[in-house]
Write a protein that binds this ligand. Sequence first.
Ligand code: CDP
Ligand code: CDP
Length: 231
Amino acid sequence: MQKITIAIDGYSSTGKSTVAKQLADYLGYVYVDSGAMYRAVTLYAMQNGIISKGNFDIEKLEESLPSIHLKFKKEASWNKAHIFLNGKDVENEIRNLEVSEFVSPIATIHEVRVKLVAQQQQMGLEKGVVMDGRDIGTVVFPNAELKIFMNASAPERAQRRYKELMDRGDTVTFNDILKNIQERDHIDTTREDSPLRKAADAIEIDNSEMNLQDQFHVVLQLAKDRIAGRI
Ligand code: CDP
Ligand code: CDP
């Protein structure tokens, strides 16, 4: 069967990565979490004195880009591919709130985007890929056969992310998560380079009232219809 490219964009904690992974597993496609790449660059910047509270050395970040090597690797016992930063598995570390607080400023930098978009496009050359992020349908794969744009209310999204971080043992407050989500929404939608927006040909899904199973069924049906040429 003909393989297609599926782009899933939208706001933070709308369930993009969950549904993208489920879809990729079902279709036998490759799943790529583009946000993990921005998060890994952010972790590098935090570890190398490039970004901290009140300090952001953009020039040093740009100079450091050739030294930042990102790779996705998957082992049989893992449920999904992990991201490696210069050979080290950072899949867990990049999900903490501190990284979330610095990632959106890092993602505004043009040179960072050029580097990561090129790597993302390389991963999608043979189609059969489901990628989630903010600019997948608009910039990375503007010709993707299926584009989904996900949204949900901010309190609902904050509640979901709060639960996720509490479940893994992080010490966070609901208000800090909500504030972070709102700040990232603002930076991601207003930045000059590749702002988060719905592509003209994307299908919008508000999943404030949908559980994971409901949203998977909606997206899977769209994918099946698109693959079969019904839509
Ligand atoms: O999962 P969550 O929505 O919290 O975020 P993510 O997908 O891990 O992305 C983290 C951040 O990376 C976003 O808030 C954006 O600032 C940036 N990002 C981006 O600019 N472009 C992408 N394609 C993916 C993420
Ligand atoms: O990738 P993105 O940031 O858009 O979201 P995610 O990481 O897939 O989902 C964030 C959290 O919300 C996860 O813990 C999901 O299980 C949960 N979620 C949910 O409970 N119901 C939904 N309809 C969507 C996501």
